[in-house]
Design a protein around this ligand. Structure first.
Ligand code: PRX
Length: 646
């Protein structure tokens, strides 16, 4: 990779930044050699504790045990709201930009605090207690963040379910978490179109006996069904509630939230995060990775349904007293200049988005950008999947005017916050590389046998050698799966499921998942989830799902489907199967390609050879490799001959 262009840290950026190169090197070293001292200091500097902790960190990876700040007490909503009231009560906390470009609304810290307290009292009136699970199935409205903070205030554990998930997907998550309450909106609005969230929830709730009450936020006023005694309007709850709500004192290790994500089996995993360590990691990484300074306007375009929305729209920014922008709409409505118009309108300084959005907007051409004033921008961020150098360079030049560093941040739902990233004032950049470990993170690369690959350059499976504050503590209701999936493969280390290489300078490049998880438009999906959905259809005998390179989405979904005997393979059936997957999981899981497969390439022991399917999906027919172990090699010829044109 000798031809990689290095973008040096501009002097103006380094001079202004919290962390420059020398500080990063010294502090990183300290964070590894004196982990306790480093995080003790940060925990005192960044958070307000009602009781200090006794032990900073304890861990035993093989047993799946990790604890941070044992004995410490604090409340997340107090840290995100109350402690800012004196110094910045009248400063914007949340700037909400609606789907409609003419509508926005700002909540100051005082206003946000008052509404969170009232809603927390409202939840108590609905019978919610510390430890109860509360589901939030909402559009990108401020009430979603308010609901999260209200749960945190009273010690309830929230599980936010992305508003694009289907009733079935919602039902699975409600059942697994045994949620007591769900908070929904009547409808969500995206790109001018309404989505019937309350109707979806009604559908899911038919088989969720644990849910006793449904709180409904009125977003559009569209007509909805109403179940007396179960459903209650959000505004009615607020009207009757006091804005005085003393916060529950939480233990550092008490659960804060569950967030479901995909693994390599069909069943989503309930990633559980706790209180003190998570919030600390969120706050410290938000400040240093984005080089956040008081008064900056910060915008992360993620949805609160994903971890990025949790950590970098709500918890990290609010813990730091930041102004965080929440956007309800989509990048292309009313047209492809929308992101840039929002940047101009709210004078956004820090902008954090996903490569898929950058690629989609790049494809629309520069004219949509040129009409907007982007001079307020100072730092750009990328998350969710590897960013291809072409998109990186466009983002850097056309959006950032060549002056804004791009932080390509690698992390996961499980990690709670960013673990690998450049820092704006400290790291020279290489397009497509997530560069360097964040404070306290010690990466390694191992080969398939688990032996560490040392030296540079090197390539292997990424592992993490010690715990960090924001890491998840279990999979809800299935601690054994936590141990098996993350700590059993490489004893003594955490296995994230990604491959990586280190270049000759020691900078990291993520090469993608090494398991059966794919990444479609930055959405993480288990191939097994889509396969399970497909085989539920009566026409389908068997299905194999592969991620294949897609210009905009990063990876597209390529499915090989074997039909039941006697079922005719028609275009109508193809469409029906696409609709079926949308119904089972949600539109994000729509197959891009369905290829009829009279047979699938299997070994004699019956294992599908995905390597071969991957090559067929990519049309790399010359690279199929050894097919001699197949039970019936002729199925491959058939698949090659009948590849659909894309
Ligand atoms: O494969 C990595 C990819 O996204 C996975 C985590 O997905 P999720 O839990 O949904 O969280 C996404 C947002 C944090 C990782 O295992 N990934 C995430 N960020 C990057 C990335 N791959 C390459 N570069 C990144 N910056």
């Amino acid at each position: 990779m000798s031809d990689v262009h290095i973008h040096k840290v501009p002097k103006a950026v380094a001079d202004h930044a919290h962390i420059n190169k020398e500080v990063y090197e010294a502090e990183y070293q300290r964070s590894i050699e004196d982990t306790k001292g480093f995080w003790d200091e940060k925990a005192r500097e960044f958070l307000t504790w009602s009781k200090p902790w006794d032990v900073t960190v304890e861990h035993d990876f093989p047993k799946g045990e990790v604890k941070w700040f044992t004995g410490g007490k604090l409340n997340v909503s107090v840290n995100c709201l109350d402690r800012h009231l004196e110094t910045r009560g009248d400063q914007p906390a949340i700037i909400w930009e609606s789907d409609d470009p003419a509508v926005d609304k700002t909540y100051t810290y005082k206003e946000l605090h008052a509404e969170v307290c009232r809603f927390a009292n409202g939840l108590k009136a609905e019978g919610v207690k510390k430890g109860d699970r509360v589901c939030i199935y909402m559009p990108m409205v401020a009430e979603a963040a308010i609901a999260m903070l209200a749960c945190a205030r009273i010690g309830a554990v929230h599980l936010v379910v992305f508003g694009g998930f289907s009733p079935d997907a919602l039902k699975d998550r409600l059942l697994d978490s045994e949620a007591a309450v769900i908070i929904v909106a009547d409808e969500s609005v995206r790109g001018g179109k309404a989505v019937p969230l309350k109707a979806n929830a009604d559908q899911a709730l038919k088989s969720c006996p644990s849910v006793k009450s449904v709180v409904v936020v009125q977003r559009t006023g569209g007509s909805i069904d109403w179940t007396d005694g179960r459903d209650v309007w959000y505004h009615d709850l607020l009207e009757n509630a006091s804005d005085d709500c003393p916060a529950e004192e939480m233990d550092s290790e008490d659960p804060l939230f569950i967030l479901y994500t995909s693994g390599s089996t069909g069943k989503p995993k309930g990633v559980l995060h706790t209180t003190g360590g998570y919030l600390l990691h969120a706050a410290v990484s938000h400040k240093y990775v984005f080089d956040y300074h008081d008064g900056d306007v910060y915008w992360c375009t993620a949805d609160v349904g994903w971890v990025t929305g949790h950590t970098y729209i709500v918890y990290g920014p609010l813990a730091n007293g930041a102004q965080t922008l929440m956007f309800e709409g989509v990048p292309t409505y009313p047209d492809a200049s929308r992101f840039w118009k929002v940047v101009e309108k709210h004078k956004v300084n820090i902008f954090y988005t996903a490569p898929t959005a950058i690629r989609a907007l790049m494809a629309k051409g520069d004219d949509y950008v040129k009409t907007c004033d982007l001079s307020s921008l100072r730092v750009l961020g990328s998350v969710g999947e590897p960013i291809n150098p072409e998109a990186w360079e466009w983002y850097h030049k056309v959006i950032g005017g060549g002056r804004c560093p791009i932080v390509d941040t690698w992390w996961q739902t499980e990690t709670g916050g960013i673990l690998m990233t450049p820092l704006p004032g400290a790291t020279d950049l290489k397009a497509g590389s997530a560069m360097q470990p964040f404070f306290g993170i010690e990466f390694g690369l191992v080969d398939n046998e688990g032996n560490e690959v040392t030296g540079n350059p090197a390539e292997g499976i990424l592992v993490i050698k010690k715990p960090w504050p924001g890491m998840f503590r279990t999979l809800f209701g299935d601690h054994q799966r936590y141990i098996d999936a993350y700590f059993a493969n490489y004893p003594g280390m955490y296995f994230p499921g990604d491959g990586a290489r280190r270049d000759k300078d020691g900078d990291y490049w993520i090469t993608g998942r090494v398991d059966d998880v794919i990444n479609v438009s930055g959405h993480r999906m288990g191939t097994a989830e889509v396969e399970s959905a497909l085989v539920l259809h009566p026409a389908v005998a068997e299905a194999a799902v592969i991620g294949y390179p897609h210009d905009i989405k990063g990876q597209g979904i390529y499915t090989f489907v074997t039909l039941m005997d006697g079922v005719e393979a028609t275009d109508e059936l193809r469409q029906e199967l696409v609709n079926h997957v949308r119904k089972e999981i949600g539109p994000i899981a729509s197959p891009d390609v369905i290829q009829w497969a009279p047979g699938l390439p299997k070994t004699r022991s019956g294992k599908i050879m995905r390597r071969i399917l991957r090559k067929i999906s990519e049309n790399l027919i010359d690279e199929l490799g050894d097919t001699s172990t197949l039970a019936d090699p002729s199925v491959v010829d058939d698949l090659i001959a009948n590849r659909p044109s894309q």
